[in-house]
Design a protein around this ligand. Structure first.
Ligand code: NAI
Length: 282
């Protein structure tokens, strides 16, 4: 095992994809989650996706072996040491702050603490952190192995060296980093909010999910809003909507939808739970 370059916290939809991407680009990664079954599932998903790449002759068998060997999995936080620590855990400020506090105690002031948050204030995360200049947003898109864009979110505390290193890291992972300032939803999630909310408003009025999706896809969108929310995860998408709504002063046009709130309450989170607006085979 080479020297570990990256630690990814949270082995869910995003964390597993980010760890895979890093390993595919020659980095040695550790993936940390509280849940052993989640880590097992992440490992299986990564292997499956890499096997598909071998079958499509996009990577060789030996590349498969070396990528698989570049990822370690752990539930033990005392092993979470690396020069760059990227969190992709639940979208809740208090939980992210607590994790960063633990990681800071283990790693000290030289490491970089990056957050994959979609909508929380990176400035607030930095202010609560023992080493604010080392905190930065590194916002990947779903599915992480495929989507090129990474929003690099800076705060008033960000050290220029940290920004440079994260831009370099994203580039080395085959991504296109774009530096943007901390603001509600950054750029993509801010602009995309009305796409989801307006679709949900129509659904509240009784228009079917599939009709809206089919028409939007026929109009040229790669995925309709409901298929996309199921891919993202309704818990995550709803949390982002609530966070952007609150941060922008609760404008009526961005009020989160009861239709989506209900899906979250029912545990119908989308592909990751097998059901959302649609049902999925496991
Ligand atoms: P997810 O629900 O699929 O995975 C979150 C994982 O974090 C779970 O496996 C959970 O066990 C783990 N976790 C929770 N608390 C933890 C802790 N204290 N320490 C370690 N692990 C912990 O969530 P997903 O979709 O991967 O989102 C993660 C983050 O990435 C969120 O901040 C979200 O806003 C952001 N994001 C999500 C995107 C998406 O399309 N789903 C896109 C871009 C960013």
């Amino acid at each position: 095992m080479k020297n570990r370059s990256l630690l990814v916290c949270g082995a869910g939809t995003m964390g597993a994809g980010i760890a895979q991407t890093a390993a595919q680009h020659g980095l040695s990664v550790m993936l940390f989650d509280l849940s052993e079954p989640v880590l097992k599932k992440a490992e299986e998903q990564i292997r499956q996706r890499l096997e598909n790449l071998v079958q499509k002759q996009k990577i060789s068998e030996s590349a498969f072996d070396s990528i698989v060997q570049s990822i370690e999995y752990t539930t033990d936080i005392s092993l979470c040491k690396a020069p760059v620590l990227l969190e992709a855990i639940v979208e809740k400020l208090s939980v992210k702050n607590k994790l960063f506090e633990e990681l800071a105690a283990l790693n000290g002031p030289a490491s970089i603490y990056a957050t994959n948050t979609s909508s929380l204030s990176v400035e607030e995360i930095a202010v609560a952190h023992p080493y604010p200049s080392q905190v930065i947003g590194m916002h990947f898109f779903n599915p992480a192995p495929l989507m090129k864009l990474v929003e690099v979110v800076t705060t008033s505390h960000s050290s220029p060296a940290v920004v440079r290193k994260i831009v370099e890291l994203a580039t080395n992972m085959g991504k296109t980093p774009v530096i943007c300032k901390d603001s509600p939803g950054f750029i993509v999630n801010r602009v995309a909010r009305p796409f989801y909310i307006e679709a949900l408003r129509l659904a509240e009025q009784g228009v079917s999910f599939s009709l809206i999706d089919d028409l939007m896809e026929a109009a040229g969108f790669k995925m309709g809003p409901f298929r996309l929310m199921d891919l993202i995860g309704n818990d995550v998408n709803y949390a982002v909507s609530c966070s952007v709504y609150e941060q922008l002063g609760k404008p009526e046009r961005l009020r989160p939808s009861s239709v989506q709130e209900q899906k979250v309450k029912e545990g119908n989170l989308g592909r990751k739970t097998g059901a959302g607006y649609y049902t999925y085979k496991s």
